[in-house]
Design a protein around this ligand. Structure first.
Ligand code: PEP
Ligand code: MN
Length: 337
């Protein structure tokens, strides 16, 4: 911690601050400048009481932490990239994985038709919500367990790995039984008890960024997963709320290099929730791949106009193979496969 004192404070006022720093278990180092004094307090900020409240003292101008609040997700803890194994696939390695499928699982025909089409175009994983977090209680809430069974059936028939959302702690075991990756949605990304329950299933976790979540909060939410002994975490950027109305959310592609710098864990980009517009999905995928994303999560539907959720942002079975083809030069340019 760095504690900056106000100009012209008396010796006794300075001594009182030094005493408090020592009392809380830190060793103070005083640096006297021309105009003001700065104190470096040495000690582990994660295991000692915070010095942040010193800012309320009249002789203190500011208190700045220098240690990061997250540990296990940080690159400092693990300098090399880490990878997440999902069945026979490795996310975070050379291959860029595409997770594709409908926003919601609606019917056997809809899911199987989509699964076969995305597999033929090169996707390795099938997405589909069985439990849907809808803004209104009157909107389609998902098929629930029936949806999970359909996902398992699609996995059996196509060999695709499955990713689906977990909404409630009570359903952690049930969802883990059917899925290969547990998705924690944007509306739940700081539901810490849910994160703990999901982590404890041992399944890989894809953690969406919350609608108005700072990157530090997202990293700290991820820390809950690793702190609960599950190293298999994927961060997923899906757009944040801004003042812009041309897109549903503002897809923050800057998170790709930021997460890569701050963390050793893979980053996934979801351009579908990110833009809310099917016509922008291909361009956003190209940008994401060029910037170093490890995987893409894309909504695909056989008939987007009649989708039971998120119709405007789902690409059709005809557009998806085009997307995969157009992505190839970007994948090669990024040195990936
Ligand atoms: C989804 O993937 O369909 C979804 C609901 O995502 P998010 O939590 O990012 O809104
Ligand atoms: Mn959706």
């Amino acid at each position: 911690m760095i504690i900056v004192l106000k100009p012209r404070i008396s010796k006794p006022e300075e001594r009182a601050v030094l005493q408090e720093i020592r009392k809380l278990g830190y060793i103070p180092h005083v640096m006297r400048g021309v105009a003001r004094t700065v104190i470096g307090a040495i000690g582990d900020e994660r295991t000692h009481q915070s010095l942040e409240t010193l800012v309320t003292w009249p002789q203190v101008e500011s208190v700045m932490p220098i240690q990061k609040r997250y540990k296990l997700v940080s690159r400092e803890a693990h300098p090399a990239n880490s990878t997440v194994q999902v069945r026979e696939h490795v996310i975070g390695g050379k291959k860029i994985h595409v997770m594709a499928g409908p926003c919601s699982v609606e019917s056997e025909r809809q899911l199987l038709q989509t699964a076969e089409a995305v597999k033929a175009a090169g996707a390795t994983m099938l997405r589909g919500g069985a439990f849907k977090p809808r803004t209104s209680p009157y909107e389609f809430q998902g098929l629930g367990k029936k949806g999970l069974k359909l996902l398992a059936r699609a996995r059996r028939e196509t060999g695709l790995a499955v990713i689906t959302e977990l909404l409630s702690e009570q359903q952690a075991e049930l969802v883990a039984e059917y899925t290969d990756i547990i998705q924690i949605g944007a509306r739940n990304s700081q539901n810490f008890q849910l994160l703990i329950a999901a982590a404890r299933t041992g399944k890989p976790i894809l953690l969406k960024r919350g609608l108005s979540m700072k990157i530090e909060e997202w990293l700290l939410a991820g820390e809950y997963v690793l702190a609960n002994e599950n190293p298999n975490l994927l961060f997923c950027e899906r757009g944040i709320r801004t003042f812009e109305t041309y897109t549903r959310n503002t897809l923050d592609l800057a998170t790709i290099p930021i997460i890569k710098q701050e963390s050793h864990l893979p980053i996934v980009i979801d351009p579908s929730q990110g833009a809310g517009r099917a016509d922008l999905v291909i361009a956003l995928c190209k940008g994401a791949v060029a910037m170093g994303a490890d995987a893409l999560l894309i909504e695909v539907h056989p008939n987007p106009a009649e989708a039971w959720s998120d119709g405007a942002q789902q690409v059709s079975l005809e557009v998806f193979p085009k997307l995969m083809r157009e992505l190839q030069p970007f994948i090669a340019a990024a040195g990936r496969e």
